[in-house]
Design a protein around this ligand. Structure first.
Ligand SMILES: Cc1cc2nc3c(=O)[nH]c(=O)nc-3n(C[C@H](O)[C@H](O)[C@H](O)COP(=O)(O)O)c2cc1C
Length: 176
């Protein structure tokens, strides 16, 4: 029999504490994109490679964000892994309620999902599973096309972007 864990009567970890604590975990930065009648995209760092065979990738998107609704509706998304000099792109795609694609030249992957030009890598995915998780939805995507190049990544640590190519850190507009 597997062990069971009873949840404590009430949570003792405040959202702001968890945000600060998990901010000690250094990540890369990516933009998740999809398109219904129009393109949608948001900056993410909750991105995990889950399985190589089959090729599965996990992302965690806030309930109610435009991109979350569009990924659920279209059943597909692309991930663009940002390069060191793309902190402005990361900030653009993190601003709520704005047209993230205004004035941005659009490119498409092999499966016609919009991707961010100049990124280090792209992965196009079909949604295999959608799992509600607290105030987020987990999307398990099956990779259907990839492309990548050499280069330095954009890094996120302690609530700041760190340009690994040597630029100073840039504060994002806000933290999810
Ligand atoms: C570095 C960074 C990482 C983020 N990671 C996530 C994430 O993993 N999941 C998420 O739902 N929001 C994340 N956000 C917040 C979204 O980018 C933000 O809510 C976005 O504006 C939503 O766009 P939309 O509502 O237009 O789809 C992150 C923001 C930043 C700055």
């Amino acid at each position: 029999m597997s062990p069971t864990h009873s949840p404590p009567a009430e949570t003792s970890v405040e959202p702001s504490t968890l945000r600060r604590t998990m901010g000690r975990f250094t990540t890369g930065v990516a933009v998740v994109t999809t398109a219904d009648d129009e393109p949608h995209g948001m900056t993410v760092n909750s991105l995990t490679s889950v399985s190589l065979d089959p090729p599965l990738i996990l992302i965690s998107l806030t309930i109610g964000a435009r991109t979350t609704d569009a990924v659920a509706a279209t059943g597909s998304f692309a991930i663009s892994i940002l390069s060191a000099r793309q902190d402005a792109i990361a900030m653009r795609f993190a601003r709520r309620g704005e047209d993230h694609f205004a004035g941005l030249p659009l490119e498409y992957g092999d499966h016609h999902i919009p991707i961010v030009p100049g990124a280090l890598a792209h992965v196009e995915c079909e949604v295999q599973q959608e799992i509600p998780a607290g105030d987020h939805v987990l999307f398990l995507g099956r990779a259907i096309a990839t492309c990548d190049r050499d280069g330095e990544p954009l890094v996120f640590h302690g609530g700041r972007f760190i340009d690994s190519s040597g630029h100073g850190p840039e504060a994002p507009p806000w933290f999810f």
